[in-house]
Design a protein around this ligand. Sequence first.
Ligand code: 13P
Length: 261
Amino acid sequence: MSARTPFVVANWKMNKTATEAEAFVAGFRGLLPAPPPGVDLAIAPPFPALERTGRALAGSGVGLAAQDVHAEQKGAYTGEVAASMLADLGVAFCLVGHSERRRDRHETEEQFARKMKRLVEAGIAPLYCVGETLEQRDRGETDAVLADQLTALDLFGPDLPPGFVLAYEPVWAIGTGRAATPEMAQAAHRHLRTLLSRRAGAVAAEAVRVLYGGSVTPANARELFSQPDIDGGLVGGASLNPADFAALAEAAAAATAAPGS
Ligand code: 13P
């Protein structure tokens, strides 16, 4: 059995006011008072809901995550949020490089590297997102695209950022209802682990949690999470409903108890 603790992260994207987030947490805690044994959970609400979500989660065992951070420590960057501000709210994890931001903000690996550096300085674990578009997959470029996206780790030399989590999110699977097959996802995760191993050595690479994201639902989660190199999920749509998020947590527990089933 893998030594990696399965991890399911809710990425709420631009959904839920602080009031709605509190209602979600109350409902979720009613269904699942604590994460299933051996499973880690976190919720990434939009910035305005971070503080109240964090308060509502106190004592639940569910971690607080942010969806993005700025690449500088502080200063004249109107509308931006610094890593120290997230840490002050109890944020433990932060997404970097989500494909929706790659698409809409045209951010680069060099910026993602600096964002991860700021997070590490603030004691927050980076959750770095990678994944190819459909056109890139059709051209046979998936492996090269993933290798290129991992160059954001160059700034850290032969080490990986403390607490580093990787998420493989094929762009064509996000919000489309068309998840990668378990075999496709496993192949990409294995490739990513090989790339991590070349940078940081096999021991460090085997310890990194690699989450799958893209149309994960309670119906397909268990099979995906049972793959040997898939250590849980980064979930958008299905994480917006307390019963579905609870079911995803249970799927991670079941996948760990009986991998491959
Ligand atoms: P969906 O689960 O809605 O496909 O979104 C996946 C995602 O982008 C999570 O970060």
